[in-house]
Design a protein around this ligand. Sequence first.
Ligand code: IDP
Length: 148
Amino acid sequence: MEKTFLMVKPDGVQRNVIGEIVARFEKKGYHLVGAKLMQIPTELAEEHYGEHKERPFFGELVEFITSGPVFAMVWEGENVILTARQMMGATNPKDAASGTIRGDFAVTVGKNMIHGSDSAESAEREIGLFFKEEELVSYEKTMNNWVN
Ligand code: IDP
């Protein structure tokens, strides 16, 4: 089953919307298999956002993501990578549709509330960066039969 890495960024933790964001994915029918509140070390932030190293906002991005705790999660389900991206909305909240997380909760691109893997390769890489294998759990919910 497909897995993705999602993270409520420091703005979401500070603004008390961890629960609302988790609830959206739970209600959709996805399956939470790992989660932790953590403070990201600078080296991990730089590695996670490595593809943006040359961008002018890289320093600001690393500074922001390490500025306070984040809520890191692994979610499982059919097409969860793409569907979670759709539920998050466009990177810049000004372009994000109402009803999406960024469209509903965020205003500026620098503080856009949530991160989500953008491909199967990124999901595998990011889950590996943030979680040890033993931190992910495997369990059944009877609801699975009502979703799939
Ligand atoms: P994504 O988070 O939707 O995948 P990416 O293009 O991978 O978007 O960018 C990573 C993060 O970098 C974004 O979520 C956003 O917070 C930040 N970012 C992107 N563009 C800018 C910018 O122009 N200024 C400041 N931050 C930016």
